[in-house]
Design a protein around this ligand. Structure first.
Ligand SMILES: Cc1cc2nc3c(=O)[nH]c(=O)nc-3n(C[C@H](O)[C@H](O)[C@H](O)COP(=O)(O)OP(=O)(O)OC[C@H]3O[C@@H](n4cnc5c(N)ncnc54)[C@H](O)[C@@H]3O)c2cc1C
Length: 251
């Protein structure tokens, strides 16, 4: 199967998933969700498994379960001499160590065996777009400290941030995408300072984990982290110059 074939042949972990080397994350997230499982993949799932896992890979569940490559159980890999081998904690240990971070330099991985984790609950996720300023930056830094601190010991909260100027926009916008692995109520509590910092756009809502990573067409991911910039761009582009000025505080 291209994605989502659950097996235990390579590892005693009950939720190891076997995925072929060309699968895209959107397909993987959607497939394993049928089994109430989730994996550490990218926050924007229109990318492939190969480049992401072999180079490390971080996503919404990294705070809880580590990098994507930390959850690699084994690979089937075609070496430069054409030999097809399996690498895991039990076989070809050196090669297994190497593929977890530099795998693309060691051969073509035809099969990945990755750990998946129970994910029964929906998550609270979305983008908040801000007009830049010292105050909002202070709030964002405060939230980053909370994410890295004791309050987030279980790794249930995560955030990405993008700062950019789009098209004919005169001022940059800041898009934070926030993720809480639990109900909206506790998510709003954790991210309260950001929510109180007057976001121009707030797309947070409850959704399946796959939707937090983009559950749309694999080539057209609709995750908030991919979408945040689109939202910011639309917000400014659809505005008259006067509206843009008022958004950035000149009126
Ligand atoms: C919109 C967007 C959002 C992103 N978000 C995240 C994120 O949230 N987290 C994160 O960690 N990264 C993220 N990235 C970075 C992403 O992980 C890398 O771009 C990664 O290389 C994508 O993997 P790919 O297989 O699609 O890439 P490709 O461009 O196809 O491949 C990248 C490299 O990996 C090699 N490769 C691919 N498959 C295999 C294989 N099966 N065996 C051996 N080598 C292989 C290719 O030869 C190439 O050298 C994002 C990228 C984009 C464009």
């Amino acid at each position: 199967m291209r994605a989502g074939s659950i097996l235990s042949r390579f590892h005693p972990h009950p939720h190891s998933v076997k995925i072929e080397g060309g699968a895209l994350w959107a397909e993987i997230h959607r497939e394993i969700e049928k089994y109430d499982l989730a994996m550490v993949g990218g926050t924007c799932s229109n990318v492939g498994i190969g480049g992401l896992v072999l180079a490390g890979g971080y996503g919404w569940l990294t705070g809880k379960y580590g990098l994507a490559c930390d959850n690699l159980v084994g690979v089937e890999i075609v070496l430069a001499n054409g030999e097809i081998v399996t690498a895991s904690e039990e076989e070809n240990k050196d090669l297994f160590w190497a593929v977890r971070g530099a795998g693309m330099a060691f051969g073509i991985v035809t099969t990945f065996m990755l750990r998946a984790f129970p994910q029964k609950n929906e998550c609270w996720e979305g983008s908040l777009v801000f007009k830049p300023g010292k105050e909002v930056l202070k709030v964002i830094l405060g939230v980053i400290e909370r994410i890295l601190g004791q309050e987030n010991e279980e790794g249930e909260n995560a955030m990405s941030m993008i700062w950019r100027v789009e098209g004919d926009q005169e001022e940059p916008s800041i898009t934070t995408t926030i993720f809480h692995n639990g109900p909206a109520e506790t998510g709003k509590e954790f991210f309260a300072p950001l929510l109180a910092a007057n976001p121009l756009v707030n797309t947070t809502s409850m959704k399946y984990f796959s939707e937090c990573c983009g559950s749309g067409e694999a080539t057209n991911s609709n995750s908030s982290s991919c979408n945040g910039n689109f939202i910011a761009r639309k917000l400014f582009k659809n505005s008259s110059r006067q509206r843009q000025r008022s958004l950035i505080g000149e009126d």
